[in-house]
Design a binder for this molecule. Structure first.
Ligand SMILES: *[C@@H]1O[C@H](CO)[C@@H](O)[C@H](O)[C@H]1NC(C)=O
Ligand SMILES: *[C@@H]1O[C@H](CO)[C@@H](O)[C@H](O)[C@H]1NC(C)=O
Ligand SMILES: *[C@@H]1O[C@H](CO)[C@@H](O)[C@H](O)[C@H]1NC(C)=O
Length: 274
């Protein structure tokens, strides 16, 4: 191994083959890019002016021993995936002073929706995409077009979003008068914006996608506590289910339309509602 390294360094020096010598990525390197809401936020909201910020005890108590901005007592899904992939913890994009994106980066923001109007002040999905576009530019500068292309097409793109949009709709004081047609239009808007972002990530080279669908949001503890009823709220979970059916259809369609598009869909709803 060492000998190979020495030989390849020698070859580089003697022959000056820039493409091979300047390769700054190890073989089989896989980066992880994360787009999402509170389920995936690793601390971006700490740097925002929003009340959706979990910078106090007991958040973080079991693993990090201090609050990190994760909406959790310990680690979140991206932390476990990173560990499994032998990557360091993937950092929040807004963390100051960090701009090495070779392992990926996390854009997720607690409270954020696919639609910008869902929770102003958080990083909605389109804004997460614009951050990703900045990252792509930066990567091209740092490691060159060829390696950046390789990194982006080998990377995993993890998404978990939509729950906040449907919660906002269901808890809108006007929602009792919202018609079925309006709800359908709303869903078309949510999925339309989601599709735009997925297609853009694909256009920038992304090929390997992973999605977590929307959970039984009518059963979230906060929802149940604030509704004052015993049990789950019906409407939000129905919206989530409808969204999930449409999402799985949408992903099948994208895989059919887009060469090389591959994805995994985790049925988070069913895993919680069992
Ligand atoms: C933060 O947001 C609040 C409420 O929207 C606003 O009153 C305040 O001026 C903002 N602070 C900064 C530093 O932008
Ligand atoms: C960026 O991080 C990677 C992997 O952690 C490391 O190998 C590389 O040297 C870093 N690059 C810079 C410019 O710090
Ligand atoms: C995206 O959402 C906006 C509302 O924020 C809506 O006006 C627009 O039609 C949606 N786009 C698509 C492609 O559905």
């Amino acid at each position: 191994m060492l000998r190979e390294v020495i030989t390849s360094v020698a070859v580089c020096i003697i022959l000056l083959l820039p493409a091979t010598c300047l390769r700054r990525l190890p073989e089989n390197h896989v980066a992880l890019f994360i787009f999402g809401d509170s389920l995936l936020d690793a601390g971006n909201n700490l740097y925002l002016n929003t009340s959706a910020k979990t910078n106090y005890f007991p958040y973080g108590e079991t693993f990090f021993k201090h609050p990190t901005g994760r909406v959790c007592d310990g680690r979140i899904v991206p932390d476990f995936i990173a560990e499994y992939a032998k990557l360091p913890l993937i950092r929040p994009y807004l963390e100051p002073g960090f701009s090495n994106y070779t392992d990926g980066i996390n854009f997720a923001s607690a409270g954020a929706g696919i639609l910008p109007e869902t929770r102003p002040g958080t990083i909605h999905l389109k804004l997460q995409l614009s951050y990703f576009e900045e990252v792509v530019k930066r990567l091209r500068q740092q490691i060159g077009d060829e390696d950046a292309h390789r990194l982006l097409s080998d990377a995993i793109y993890l998404f978990s979003m939509g729950g906040n949009d449907y919660m906002a709709l269901a808890t809108d004081p006007k929602s009792s008068v919202l018609t079925a047609a309006y709800k359908k239009t709303f869903m078309t808007m949510v999925l339309g914006n989601f599709t735009t972002v997925i297609k853009e990530v694909y256009a920038l080279g992304g090929r390997k996608f992973a999605f977590q669908n929307v959970g039984p949001i009518g059963c979230m503890l906060a929802t149940r506590a604030s509704s004052g009823i015993n049990g789950c709220l019906h409407d939000p979970s129905v919206l989530a289910k409808m969204h999930n059916v449409a999402l799985s259809r949408l992903l099948r369609k994208l895989a059919y339309q887009k060469a090389g598009f591959s994805y995994a869909l985790f049925d988070y709803y069913t895993s919680l509602a069992m």
